[in-house]
Design a protein around this ligand. Structure first.
Ligand code: UDP
Length: 454
């Protein structure tokens, strides 16, 4: 089959952004296998290495983009904001350079750009080339919606005073009328455009309506009102997820087998799975509070904890809890959540983790840290009613025990379990042959196939 479309994919190489984009591209490749499309995936070397893990995929070629650091300045990941700032300063030149290389290598002009929505300048690159720009928002629709109302939010904060708006609700945002200003991401609450992250997202908001399509890894039925509102704001607003239910996942190899075997031996819905995603480690005081709660309540637990954070655990914790708990430096999270022995997920409320928890019907205990996590946790507790937030917002021994009791033992937990199973069913319907996400995915495929968009 002759190749007739060349799609350039621009990834944002921090947090869990590039991996879901690659998952989307892999699905596009599989579903378009007979339709002559090739993808060039532009991402930093470090992120490419992490997400491809040495694997090669037909019709996807990875290109390394300069990360903005100079020789001897390599980042270990300890200061992610600084790394982000350097990377953003190198854009869009770093991407344009490899885009040209990819065009020479394939002998084909790029006919469509697919980028992480954060990379707003892709809009200009696409305009210069006269080709469509498809943007991929890697978080939830609710946070996208909140960002789209930034101007109104800022205007209200300026006229009322920031402190007085904290407890006010977003009465003017469809589908989010119970959300308070204090639930919003810092990048919306601060109008400091000196901050690279705030500026990047603000510019994104200004460009997104020009995008041929805004694609989200979610499903329409989770937020019908927000979905309709966003459909009115964008040329095409396409919920195509949850991708874990509809897409091939990248193999983790054999890593984590040990904890899966351990889970097999545990009682049904008895284990607390704990993970704070790829970036966060709680402060020592909170780590101690969480550990003490697990130990005192003798809750069976599986904790994904990076090696360098082990020192934050109380002395002797591992020995004292070895009969009912297990710690691993990385868990095969999808397989863990799928396992019937898992009864609750203590999470930082990253969007991928929430969607995975919904897809497998596991109630959540939320400890959000930054970005969209606080808003996500508000939706989990008060709108979707599929989890609880911690009293006081941080881990303390008593607060954590209370949250664990309410999710694992009380009537609250029963209701939460019912709600999350209903939502799981809706997610499963969305990815069926005639489900909303499947239809949206087909529309996306049509759009990227035709060089001028739809
Ligand atoms: N993850 C995993 N094993 C771990 C920790 C995390 O597989 O031990 C995966 C998890 O399944 C999810 C991603 O890492 O897909 C975390 O994404 P999320 O959006 O929740 O958080 P972020 O890393 O962006 O803060």
């Amino acid at each position: 089959m002759a190749i007739h479309s060349h799609i350039g994919v621009l990834a944002f190489p921090f947090g869990t952004h590039a991996a879901p984009l690659l998952t989307l591209v892999r699905r596009l490749v599989i579903d378009s296998s007979s339709q002559g499309i090739t993808f060039s995936f532009f991402n930093t070397a470090k992120s490419n290495c992490a997400i491809f893990s040495g694997q090669e995929f037909d019709n996807i070629k990875a290109y390394d983009v300069w990360d903005g650091t100079h020789e001897g300045q390599a980042f270990t990941g300890s200061n992610i904001l600084e790394a982000m700032q350097l990377f953003l300063a190198a854009t869009p030149g770093n991407f344009e350079k490899v885009m040209k290389e990819a065009e020479v290598k394939t002998g084909m002009k790029i006919s469509c750009l697919l980028s992480d929505a954060f990379l707003w300048f892709t809009c200009d690159l696409a305009e210069e080339r006269g080709i469509p720009w498809v943007s991929f928002w890697t978080a939830a629709s609710c946070s996208l919606s909140a960002h789209m109302y930034t101007d109104q939010i800022w205007s209200l904060m300026r006229s009322t005073g920031a402190a007085k708006t904290e407890e006010k609700t977003l009465s003017f945002v469809p589908g989010m009328t119970s959300v308070r200003f204090s639930d919003l991401p810092e990048e919306i609450l601060s109008d400091n455009l000196e901050s690279p992250l705030t500026l990047m997202i603000y510019k994104m908001v200004q460009k997104l309506s020009k995008s041929t399509a805004v694609v989200v890894n979610s499903f329409e039925e989770i937020d019908p009102v927000i979905t309709n509102d966003l459909k009115s704001k964008f040329q095409n607003f396409l919920n195509i997820g949850p991708s874990i239910l509809s897409s091939p996942t990248l193999s983790n190899g054999d890593s984590g087998q040990e904890c899966l075997l351990w889970l097999e031996k545990q009682r049904h819905a008895s284990v607390i799975y704990i993970s704070f995603g790829t970036v966060i480690t709680p402060q020592p005081r909170e780590m101690a509070g969480l550990a003490e709660a697990l130990e005192t309540g003798e809750f069976p637990f599986l904790w994904s904890l990076r090696d360098n954070a082990m020192k934050l655990l109380p002395d002797g914790f591992l020995d004292r809890t070895s009969k009912f708990g297990m710690i691993v430096s990385w868990a095969p999270q999808l397989k863990v959540l799928e396992n019937p022995s898992v009864g609750a997920f203590i999470t930082h409320c990253g969007w991928n983790s929430i969607l995975e928890s919904i897809s497998f019907g596991v109630p959540m205990i939320c400890r959000p840290f930054f970005g969209d996590q606080n808003l996500n946790s508000k939706m989990v507790e008060d709108v979707w009613k599929i989890g609880v937030r911690l009293e006081g917002g941080v881990f303390t021994k008593n607060g954590t025990i209370e949250a664990l009791h309410s999710v694992m033992l009380n009537e609250t937990g029963k209701a939460i379990r019912e709600n999350i199973n209903k939502l799981k069913q809706k997610a499963q319907y969305a990815v069926k042959f005639d489900g909303t996400s499947t239809k949206n995915f087909r529309a996306l495929l049509e759009l990227i196939k035709s060089p001028r968009g739809i």
